[in-house]
Design a protein around this ligand. Structure first.
Ligand code: ADP
Ligand code: ASP
Ligand code: MG
Length: 456
């Protein structure tokens, strides 16, 4: 991890695998204690817990509900039972688990996005309580802080948007004084609260975003993201084991990667970091000595090809209307319908009478709602013929000056001859070239491209 000097303030975020069990939590605690500049810690729920909570929120049959509750209890009890004095915390964890049971029973009557967020928030609430207790047993006092006191959001449950002005003010009044007293703060990622005090969530994987938002509000010197890979790689190392770590990468490149599916960072994470020019470090809590990636403002000699990203489960909408022929305003109408349904468009190509587009699934909801509602389809169908295709994946080549270089098209598509490419976007951004392929081919396409563009 990068070295720091005195008077540096660092916010450290640990993801689900970094707080998955007692040993993982202790490794993360070691990292926190290694650097006295780490004064604020943001945690995800223990691995697997959020998925189980989301399933409960969908309203399971009683038997499945009991099974899910048991699994959550087992994950959290496995940590409690390794403590030297488990009784200190067991009561509080039991209270949380009782809440979860009560709320999931309520889903048998009616499900709602607000209820989902309330339920799902318990993952982060429990992991942070346990982490504070682990630190206490190691004779390190720390303060459990409920981030909902300061993470003010709108009421778009499942994918709430932060109110950065309110966050800034609340941070100054509620959090800053505690830090000034020298307290080590342990708080939750992912969750927030809207104006009426109801719990919200920032979308799946949102703890990275929390860390960046708090980092900005506290004007920290660095945001450390501790996960299960020692940095950002040229592509997902699970898909291409030969992927190489990128030691230094620019905000722009990393933001493109995150937007186009590199799960290692939540897509919105870099917004606050870029705005406030705060470097972001990404490393592995399993192997901190392995170093990691530093995301910063500038790098020397930015390469033409930087990385490949893969985003699965894409929906392609093809709109066909003869009215488009030499007409004006058709696209404006399509976009206003999409905007009314809260959908932003991701990729788009047009021909004389067709428009093909994909929906932006950036920061998917915590509630599992589909973006494509039947109300939206009905409205679009009144305007044109609509075709919907699923089972597609988006592959993005991220780089620099891509649209200014000669031969990029040949280099990329020449090696993809055996594959059916469904839609191509190239030229709008100098930082990416994107295309859709059938999901069944996606990994092979990434492997083929990686071999040809990054391994030779
Ligand atoms: P956490 O729970 O710590 O937030 P995530 O599972 O959200 O962790 O993100 C880490 C995962 O991101 C890695 O295990 C890896 O499979 C995946 N990933 C996708 N693209 C990349 C990439 N380019 N570099 C590194 N990891 C990546
Ligand atoms: N626990 C949440 C999730 O699984 C948030 C996070 O891990 O960042 O999506
Ligand atoms: Mg994540």
């Amino acid at each position: 991890m990068p070295t720091t000097t005195e008077n540096t303030l660092i916010i450290a975020k640990f993801g689900g695998t970094s707080v998955a069990d007692f040993d993982a939590m202790n490794r993360s605690a070691d990292i926190v204690l290694t650097d006295p500049n780490v004064r604020i810690v943001v945690l995800s729920a223990s691995a697997g817990v959020t998925n189980l909570l989301v399933a409960l929120a969908e309203g399971l049959a009683p038997a499945e509900r009991t099974a899910n509750l048991d699994k959550i209890r087992q994950i959290q009890y496995a940590i409690v039972n390794r403590l030297t004095h488990p009784d200190v915390i067991r009561e509080e964890i039991d209270r949380m688990l009782d809440n979860v049971a009560r709320l999931s029973e309520a889903t048998a009557l009616a499900t709602s996005n607000a209820l989902t967020d309330e339920l799902v928030s318990h993952g982060e609430l429990m992991s942070t309580l346990l982490f504070v207790e682990i630190l206490r047993e190691r004779n390190v006092p720390s303060e459990w802080f409920d981030v909902r006191k300061i993470m003010r959001t709108n009421d778009r449950f499942g994918r709430a948007e932060p109110d950065c002005d309110a966050l800034g003010e609340l941070t100054q009044s509620q959090l800053q004084p505690r830090l000034a007293q020298g307290n080590l703060i342990i708080t939750q990622g992912f969750i927030g609260s809207e104006a009426k005090g109801r719990t919200t969530t920032l979308g799946r994987g949102g703890s990275d975003y929390t860390a960046a938002l708090l980092g900005e509000a506290l004007r920290v010197n660095r945001i450390d993201i501790w996960t299960d890979v020692p940095g950002i790689y040229t592509t997902d190392p699970r898909v291409v084991p030969a992927a190489k770590r990128i030691d230094l990468i620019t905000f722009e490149e990393a933001a493109e990667m995150a937007t186009f599916g590199a799960k290692v960072l939540h897509p919105a994470t870099l917004l606050p970091a870029v705005r406030s020019d705060i470097p972001v470090f990404v490393g592995s809590s399993k192997d901190p000595a392995a170093g990691g990636t530093l995301v910063c403002n500038q790098t020397e000699n930015p390469p033409l090809f930087r990385a490949l990203a893969l985003r699965r489960k894409q929906t392609l909408l093809t709109l066909h209307s003869l009215n488009m022929l030499h007409a004006r305003g058709f696209l404006a109408e399509v976009f206003s319908i999409l905007a009314r349904h809260n959908i932003s468009v991701d990729l788009i190509t047009t021909s004389e009478v067709n428009v093909a587009l994909t929906l932006d699934t950036t920061g998917s909801t915590s509630t599992g709602d589909s973006l494509l509602s039947s109300a939206l389809l009905t409205e679009l169908s009144s305007l044109c013929r609509v075709e919907v295709e699923e089972n597609l994946s988006l592959v993005a080549l991220i780089g620099n000056q891509l649209s200014q270089a000669c031969g990029v098209g040949k280099e990329v598509f020449g090696v993809l001859e055996p594959f059916n490419i469904r839609l191509i976007c190239y030229g709008a951004s100098t930082h990416n070239l994107c295309f859709l392929v059938p999901s069944s081919d996606a990994e092979q396409v990434v492997q083929t491209l990686h071999r040809n563009l990054f391994e030779e």
